[in-house]
Design a protein around this ligand. Structure first.
Ligand SMILES: [Zn+2]
Length: 269
């Protein structure tokens, strides 16, 4: 490992949230939320990664020189897996050649978030509750008949939500990101900091609006021997990694970087 970044903060719910849990539950609701064994709500890191990835994917395709296979079926091997595997078999590629091809053809979001061909460079911890009212809420849901626009009696159900205002502790780590990887992660962070992000199900009912608050950033360059030493000796995060003083300025700078000339886009890997 050469370069590492960590971002911490809190995800604050701006509306109630529903992330579905096990169907069998003692709370007697049709659609329970996911809870820890102790009964506290949490946001699985995989759920947060999913929405973070799709938030970035929606925007990346609009940036010049950036690609994402979720929008256009380009040449990204993830979007053309069968074709790609055939080429790989027929070409009898060495590991080194495969790595070169993947570097050239994988889209920007597959490189950052991972694909069937490459590991993720960004990691999301499960988000455990920081503050909440210690109780979930159950709401009535009614299925509406599309033709008559009237409620369908038999299709009544209820669902559980985590109340508005609850906060969850967030931790995101990037390992050996390229400059482009880091910039794309900053696009996602900036969306969530601006309150444009969302989490969980039933979003069309206005659930799952959220905002990242108290964002802090830390960086570590292990090729710098002083930083490496501090990392190895330090016990607490603030001793192990250097805090980014102006994290908002950092996000802005990293995003602006994507709009500069292409030459430094793939500088480090
Ligand atoms: Zn892709």
């Amino acid at each position: 490992m050469r370069r590492k970044y960590m971002f911490t903060g809190k995800v604050e719910l701006k509306s109630a949230m529903h992330i579905g849990g096990k169907k069998i539950n003692l709370r007697g609701t049709d659609r329970p939320v996911v809870l820890t064994p102790e009964g506290s709500p949490f946001i699985p890191g995989s759920s947060f990664k999913g929405v973070f990835r799709s938030t970035v994917e929606k925007l990346v395709g609009t940036i010049p020189n950036q690609t994402t296979c979720s929008l256009v079926e380009g040449i990204c091997p993830t979007a053309t897996q069968e074709k790609f595997n055939n080429r790989r078999r027929n070409g009898n590629w060495s590991e080194g050649h495969l790595a070169q091809i993947l570097d050239a053809e994988l889209c920007a979001t597959c490189k950052l978030f991972g694909s069937p061909f490459s590991a993720s460079k960004i990691f999301f911890s499960d988000l455990y509750v920081n503050e909440w009212s210690e109780t979930t809420q159950v709401r009535d849901g009614v299925a509406i008949d599309r033709d008559s626009e009237r409620a369908v009696d038999k299709l009544k159900y209820d669902y559980e939500v985590v109340p508005i205002g609850s906060t969850f502790k967030m931790e995101i780590v990037l390992e050996n990101p390229t400059d482009t990887d880091l910039s794309l992660a900053c696009i996602g962070l900036n969306e969530f900091v601006s309150g444009m992000g969302g989490i969980g199900g039933m979003r069309s009912r206005g659930l799952g609006n959220c905002q990242v608050v108290d964002l802090m950033g830390y960086e570590l360059d292990m090729t710098d021997l002083d930083q490496l030493k501090n990392y190895l000796i330090g016990k607490e995060l603030k001793c192990k990694m250097s805090a980014i003083n102006d994290v908002d300025g950092f996000l802005k700078e990293r995003i602006e970087e994507l709009f500069k000339e292409k030459e430094n886009a793939q500088a480090t890997s």
